[in-house]
Design a protein around this ligand. Structure first.
Ligand code: UGA
Length: 439
């Protein structure tokens, strides 16, 4: 059993902390948002993630998981300290590392205030868990060396996170791989023990390579999506079916079938932020990573594709009623950050369409951002009297929709399937005018 501290109670921090506690470790999570910590103490989670709430409740009642606003308390109590604070984009696209710096300064100050004897006795490893650009580890190391110069027994490591929102618990317990950047055998041993129960392949590298693995992986996944989205445009122009093309490509092991689903474009807080940060980092080291700029541009154009399709189907958008199914950037989350829905809702509204939306989890978040759409209690209400229905997020519950009912209540039975989620033949047989993506 290890004493683990996690700084940052966001998606990565909370999931990581709860999962380590589930494995039997003693975990303390710190966040400087007092309200969030107070709510967590009352077992109220700040976001929806399938399976997380029971995990947190169980770990708290077993006294293996606790919450604090004090980094000094966390530092004093922990052998392994994960830094899982936000690293948002600045206006230039670079990662804003001010929270990482702030936390490092606070850890250094906590280390300084520990008794000399205690510092010598207790070995600590400070781990970058958030997605950070390469060379961040060096800055953390430098900052600690400057502010806690007598920091005996402290090492730095990078252990990037590969959790997907909506699937995070499963991703934690069954990862494809665990990446550890460490330049120290003692830290390596701790990580081997920590992750032994997961029996996943572990790769040990230097810190810089581990940092790069995360940015290179996320950018590559986004590249795969933009690639298939570009192919989908060709498919539409020549009358081919991108789902079949993707299947045929993906069966080649060298390519792989995952992340080849054409759609309304990628969203979420990670891909767009990480690509920008990777481009900015590349520029700093004098490499023009134009390939990634094109990945971004294709994604922007793909989001516009749905708008063009709506215009094609409805002629004028002004005065038309449009039902929207799905607002979150992907299913099984209430997260709307960078969701393609935001751009589309704003554009349709600007052109004078009336919007009726439904999402199983993300409506409260969208309401806080956009007040103009009507938020509906179910898909049927969202479709009522609509001239067009647009699916943006492939929530499983939409598979159960009774389209006979939907068709009866719509003004005109038109549908844009922004995720190629429905069977086009079924819908066409029911009398819908159906448009998917790239087919
Ligand atoms: C992504 C990575 O997949 C995780 O490995 C990583 O840990 C995480 O970012 C992070 O850096 O924290 P996430 O953004 O939660 O995870 O979600 P994804 O499942 O990767 O989906 C991202 C977006 O791509 C979604 O909008 C999704 O709809 C879209 N997508 C995904 C496609 O358009 N097509 C696909 O084939 C796959």
């Amino acid at each position: 059993m290890k004493q683990i501290g996690v700084i940052g109670a966001g998606h990565v921090g909370l999931v990581t902390g709860a999962c380590f506690a589930h494995l039997g470790h003693s975990v303390i999570i710190a966040d400087n948002d007092r309200r969030k910590i107070e709510e967590l103490k009352k077992l109220q989670l700040p976001f929806f993630e399938p399976g997380l709430e029971p995990l947190v409740k169980k770990a708290v009642s077993a006294h293996r998981l606790s919450f604090t606003t004090s980094i000094s308390q966390l530092t004093a109590e922990s052998e392994i300290i994960f830094i899982a604070v936000g690293t948002p984009s600045t206006s230039t696209g670079r990662a804003d590392l001010s929270s990482v710096e702030q936390v490092t300064v606070e850890i250094a100050s906590a280390l300084r205030s520990l008794e000399q004897k205690e510092r010598k006795k207790q070995y600590r490893v400070i781990v970058e868990k958030s997605t950070v650009p390469v060379l961040t580890g060096e800055w953390v190391q430098r900052t600690l060396a400057l502010l806690a110069p007598e920091k005996e027994n402290v090492d730095i490591a990078a252990n990037p996170e590969f959790l997907r929102e909506g699937n995070a618990i499963e991703d934690f317990f069954k990862p494809d791989r665990i990446v550890i950047g460490t330049e120290n055998m003692r830290a390596e041993k701790i990580f081997r023990e920590l992750y032994a129960p997961l029996s996943a392949p572990m790769i040990f590298t230097d810190i810089k390579s581990a940092e790069l693995i995360k940015h290179a992986s996320n950018s590559f996944l986004a590249l795969k999506i933009s690639y298939i989205n570009a192919v989908s445009q060709i498919c539409e122009r020549v009358g081919a079916d991108v789902t079949k093309v993707a299947k045929g490509m993906g069966l080649d092991h060298r390519i792989g079938g995952a992340f080849l689903e054409a759609g309304a474009g990628y969203g979420g807080s990670c891909f767009s932020k990480d690509i920008k940060a990777f481009i900015a980092l590349a520029e700093e080291v004098h490499y023009p990573f134009t390939l990634l700029k094109e990945v971004e541009a294709i994604n922007r154009r793909q989001q516009e594709t749905i708008l063009h399709k709506a215009r094609e189907m409805l002629w004028n958008l002004k005065g038309k009623r449009i039902g929207i199914l799905g607002l979150s950037f992907k299913p099984n989350t209430d997260d709307i950050r960078e969701s393609p829905a935001i751009f589309l809702l704003q554009s349709l509204h600007q052109e004078g369409a009336a919007l009726q939306c439904y999402d199983p989890k993300a409506m409260n978040n969208m309401k806080r951002l956009l007040s103009f759409p009507k938020y509906c209690k179910d898909p049927y209400t969202a479709a009522r009297n609509a001239h067009l229905l647009i699916l943006l997020t492939e929530w499983q519950e939409f598979k159960k929709i009774d389209f006979v009912e939907i068709k009866k209540s719509m003004k005109t039975p038109r549908i844009i399937d922004g995720r190629n989620f429905f069977n086009p033949c079924d819908l066409r047989n029911l009398g819908f005018i159906y448009k998917g993506i790239g087919r």
